[in-house]
Write a protein that binds this ligand. Structure first.
Ligand code: HEC
Ligand code: HEC
Length: 399
């Protein structure tokens, strides 16, 4: 099994976590901190919202305090794309999470509103509703509602850089927002609050469901012509015991760190896939060392959450440090850049990875024929969901 797995019985553990970087500007959030742990009882909060889920997708879990509604999703979409959500009004969430790139930004590291470089790569948001933990390696990020504080208020690094209530006053003075907040939360201007901003952002992000790729059409929609014969062989390589990809990137979201409304035991998984050696880790600051930054356990150096591989052909550069990308093809040439970058990822795994004491035992050298390597690339590229990146419901509402 994974080198670091917690099987966490929901609702048994609640560590009154202090939210070092992100909570200093927050009030009235305490009720929410517990919400991730009661998510399993939230089935009834789904009533009244049409998820329109792809075949075979379970209903996501939703905190009881923040049930889904069309109105919140609509409000959250405006907020997600609104530069008023940064202190200097230069950035919104969408500055680093672009729909055309499956909500990543095609940069090795996120760059915040004050030009500070984030220690990690901007993550894709497809099916983020199913993630057991958010971010690459912070196991305290148990819900979208909590995670949103990071980009909004975090000071190390600064992303949106909010440091006072100016952004709320900007929203309050906009009649469109007064209407949107009233539809979403009822009441008047007093409901334009920091917590409701995060709640609406979370509802919008939960609506970002991706499950109509060619692989889905082949596996779940009975469309046997959706995949090329090469991609079909690649699916077998992916799920085979030689390459072992599925152990960490399995299930409908192509990650082993997934939860949904029916989940009883939550699997939280962090592992090292051996892209950085012990020698290099020794010279890196703590914020580049994965889960270790939070737990300070030597055994957590280099451990990260296995990301979902959905839309992977669009989300290069890869890994938490954006270190796997194309160098021969042009980055704007999706077809060739993704082929080259995914080839490098596969070659990395086939090599067995670098020397690192916490490297997962499943990362060990294997051999693929050139055909199998091409087949695996073609399978990964068939995880692109064109409907997802062109869905008008997820696009910038200000345009
Ligand atoms: C400066 C670029 C930037 C901005 C602006 C930004 N993000 Fe992110 N986002 C990132 C980076 C980088 C990560 C990885 C964070 C980490 O590992 O610590 C991330 C991670 C996330 C995740 C975790 C995804 C997962 O799969 O675990 C979510 C959710 C998210 N961001 C939502 C938002 C929201 C909501 C906003 C606006 C309030 C926002 N982001 C603004 C760069 C950004
Ligand atoms: C032991 C678990 C494990 C196995 C097995 C594994 N991976 Fe990963 N994978 C990870 C982790 C963890 C990361 C993130 C590492 C990081 O950023 O430092 C990752 C990252 C990736 C990424 C980059 C994703 C992104 O959004 O940047 C790709 C692509 C990928 N893996 C493909 C594969 C393929 C293909 C295989 C099989 C050959 C495979 N993985 C096997 C754990 C695993």
């Amino acid at each position: 099994m994974k080198s670091f797995i917690i099987l966490l019985l929901l609702s048994t553990i609640y560590c009154g976590t202090s939210f070092d970087k992100a909570n200093k500007d927050n009030k009235n959030n305490s009720q929410l901190l517990q919400s991730a742990f009661i998510a399993q009882f939230s089935g009834r909060s789904q009533i009244g919202y049409n998820w329109n889920l792809p075949n075979d997708f379970p209903i996501p879990s939703v905190p009881r305090e923040n049930p889904m509604s069309e109105e919140k999703v609509t409000l959250g979409r405006f907020l997600f794309y609104d530069k008023n959500l940064s202190q200097n009004q230069t950035q919104s969430c969408s500055s680093c999470h672009l729909q055309e790139f499956a909500f990543t930004d095609r940069k090795p590291f996120g760059i915040g509103s004050t030009a500070e470089v984030h220690p990690r790569n901007s993550q894709n948001l497809a099916n983020v509703a199913y993630n057991t933990r958010l971010t690459w390696s912070n196991d305290k990020m148990t819900s979208l509602e909590i995670q949103a504080r990071g980009p909004m208020f975090g000071t190390s690094p600064i992303e949106l850089g909010l440091s006072n209530d100016d952004y709320l006053n900007r929203l309050k003075s906009d009649s469109r927002y007064r209407t949107l907040f009233q539809s979403a939360f009822g009441g008047g201007i007093e409901n334009i609050t920091e917590q409701n901003v995060r709640f609406a952002l979370s509802s919008f992000q939960r609506s970002l469901i991706s499950g109509k790729s060619k692989v889905d059409k082949y596996l779940n929609y009975g469309d046997k012509s959706a995949l090329s014969s090469s991609a079909i062989r690649g699916l077998a390589v992916f799920n085979g015991e030689t390459a072992e990809c599925f152990h960490c990137h399995g299930g409908i979201n192509y990650t082993n760190s997934m939860t949904h409304a029916g989940t009883v035991f939550e699997e939280v998984s962090y592992s090292s896939n051996g892209i950085i050696s012990d020698t290099t880790y020794a010279s890196l600051p703590d914020n580049k060392k994965g889960l270790y930054e939070v737990t300070l356990l030597q055994t957590d150096i280099g451990k990260f959450k296995p990301p979902s591989l959905r839309n992977i052909a669009l989300t290069y550069p890869y890994m938490h440090d954006g270190s796997f990308t194309c160098t021969t093809a042009s980055p704007s040439d999706i077809e060739n850049c993704s082929t080259e970058a995914l080839g490098k990822v596969i070659d990395h795994y086939a090599s067995g990875g670098l020397s690192h004491k916490n490297k997962d035992p499943q990362i060990r050298a294997f051999t693929l024929t050139p055909q199998e390597r091409t087949d695996l690339i073609n399978f990964l590229k068939a995880l692109t969901d064109d409907e997802f990146i062109s869905n008008p419901k997820f696009s910038n509402p200000f345009q």
